[in-house]
Each structure stands twice: as C-alpha cells, then as structure tokens.
Design a binder for this molecule. Structure first.
Ligand SMILES: [Zn+2]
Ligand SMILES: [Zn+2]
Length: 346
C-alpha cells in the first residue's frame, strides 16, 4: 500500500510530494491516520537544508512532527487505544533504559529518536509511533490547535519552568513558540508579559495572544520599557526564545537579582556572556529541551480546556498538496502557525 508524504528526497533544499510505502505498526506501535499537521521551524530548517539539517538528516526521509490524527490500527501488544480515537503524539521516542528515562525524565534521554528528524515523520497520510508516545485527545479540543501540541509543549515546558504566577515575565523572541509563551504567561496570571522581537508582524501577533507590552528592539530599548512600566527591580522570569546573543544579553541585564531564566532558543553563534553579572545577580539559567514526559501534555491540554485561546496564532491553512506555498510563507517570517490539511484526498 502506498500513501502520499512530504519527503526530504535528497541532500539539497526543498521537499517532494511522493508516493511512499504506508508504514506497518510493530507489536507495540499504533498506526495513525493523519488529519492535520503544523509546520515547525525545524521543518523549515530541513526544507532550506541548512548546516543543522545537513548534520542531522539522512535523506530520503518523510519529515514533520506536529500532528493530530486518528487511530487506524495497532500492534498486537497495544492496549488502551481504539480505532477512530483522536490522538496526537510526543515526537521524542526515548530509550526507556537510561537513568533519566527510568526516573520519568524522558526529555533528557541520552538515546532518543525524533519523529520527522531521525525516523519517518508525520507529513504523510499515515504515521507509526510507539503506543507509549501516543496521546489521547479529549473531545471538544480544537483539532487545529492539537495539530501543534508538540510545539505548544515546548512553550508550556519553558513557560512553566519557574513560578510565573503574579510575576513579571520577559519573553525574548516572538516566533510562534514565543507567542504561545505569551498566551500561557497571561493565562496563568503573570502581571507584565513583555515580548521582544525585531518584527512588527510577530510582535502584533504576540500582542493578540497576550503580551501586555511588545518591544521592537530595533526602535526601543528594553530598559526604557522597564522604567515606563514602573518596574523597579527587573523581571522575575525570563523566557529566551530567540537564540540571539543580543537578546540573551539584554535579558540578563533586565532581570532582577535572583531571577530565573529558561533557555529554549538554540544559538547559532556562541554567546560571550558576562558571567560576573550572572553570578552577582544570583540568576538561575535552565536549558529546556522538548516536553516533560508526559506532565507537559496534561498541563497544556488542561490550559486549552480552561480557556487558553491559541486560534489567533493560526495564520494560514493549506491542503498538503500546496506545501510549497506554505513553506514560501514560512520563509518570509510573516506567519504564526501554518496548518497543512491531510484529512481528505486533495
Ligand atoms: Zn517542532
Ligand atoms: Zn533514555
């Protein structure tokens, strides 16, 4: 049996819509009929075939890892799922044997695989993942939002790393995950939620999602905004989503003594940090990778069910056959989340 899939066919820029073998689930796997997917920044890296992709992707590979689908079939050892059930899935497939896995900290597994990066992905009509990675979705949750639960999980894991309730939050980098972090910080009861970026388009979306003040750092200085807001000691919690050295530097300078910083953005260049400032201010810095397995999945679903509204984040929708248009828009940077529809033969 063949199916449609978006394939990184060769070691060069671009993607191809191809007919490939429909995957067959092993004894502990589920077969998922994909309904909707969302495009991640990682997919754009792979599309562009940048240095990171060249080091991590072995073509040919079906890419994609943000999806919602329905159970179509399952292996003989799988329990607790039924055909037709709506599901999403954790994209990191962990070894289950290392110390972190055995302690319930799978996000730090030393031997994990990634859906759509190191094993076949979700930009396809069907996907196979281990049943243990499959997440049942409760009725009534917007499937378009579920399509990017994997990314929302990154935002949730980062935004909930430190106690942000009643605190002042700085979010550097208003890409889709930064925008989601704005929405989460607001939802859980932060006071000032300040987002920085270089793009007015993205800051506009961040504002729609819940940023209380946006700062285009090409025109405004963060320290002026801190003063304008009447903050006397600095931000309590920083969420670094940009991977830009200058953003991290400005964050460290804008934190109050004893503040906490969660780092999600990957840095293309190595920052030269003022370590004395970090030490003397007593700052905490924590790297964030993936989603807590599986605590983050419960928390994000609960937040969506309790009113976290992420619809404004979705700016474009395309049938999967029009993936080229979707990636072209992604490249401009003027987009929130872009949904690819897989539910009907296009
Ligand atoms: Zn992603
Ligand atoms: Zn492990």
């Amino acid at each position: 049996m063949l199916m449609d899939a978006l394939v990184k066919a060769k070691a060069a820029p671009g993607l191809e819509l191809q007919r490939v073998e429909k995957p067959v689930p092993g004894p502990r796997d589920v077969l998922i009929k994909v309904l909707k997917t969302a495009i991640c920044g990682t997919d754009l890296h792979i599309y562009n075939w940048d240095a990171w992709s060249q080091a991590h992707i072995a073509p040919p590979l079906v890419i994609g890892h943000e999806f919602v689908g329905q159970i179509e079939g399952m292996g003989s050892e799988v329990e607790h799922f039924r055909p037709g059930q709506v599901v999403s899935g954790e994209g990191h497939i962990v070894c289950g044997q290392c110390r972190n896995c055995r302690a319930g900290r799978g996000q730090w597994c030393m031997a994990h695989q990634s859906v759509g990066v190191s094993r076949p992905g979700a930009f396809a009509q069907y996907l196979v993942i281990p049943a243990s990675n499959c997440i049942p979705i409760a009725d009534g949750i917007d499937l378009e939002v579920v399509a990017f639960f994997d990314a929302l999980g990154n935002a949730t894991h980062t935004a909930l790393s430190f106690d942000a309730v009643g605190e002042d939050i700085l979010i550097t980098g208003a890409g889709p995950i930064g925008m989601m972090a704005c929405a989460i910080a607001r939802h859980i009861g932060a006071r000032h939620v300040v987002a920085t970026d270089l793009s007015d388009y993205r800051l506009g979306l961040a504002k729609k999602l819940g940023a209380t003040r946006t700062v285009n750092v090409t025109r405004e200085k963060l320290e002026d905004v801190v003063r304008e807001l009447g903050m006397t000691e600095g931000f309590d919690v920083g969420l670094e989503m940009s991977g830009a050295v200058s953003a991290l530097e400005s964050m460290i300078a804008a934190m109050r003594n004893g503040g906490e910083i969660a780092l999600l953005g990957l840095f293309a260049q190595k920052p030269q940090l003022d370590m004395s400032q970090i030490i003397l201010k007593g700052l905490g810095l924590r790297g964030i990778y993936g989603r807590r397995m599986y605590e983050t999945w419960y928390k994000m679903a609960a937040m969506v069910q309790s009113g976290l509204d992420l619809q404004p984040l979705i700016t474009h929708r395309f049938p999967y056959t029009r993936f080229e248009e979707a990636f072209t828009i992604m490249k401009t940077g003027n987009s929130g989340k872009i949904i690819l529809e897989w539910s009907d033969k296009q």
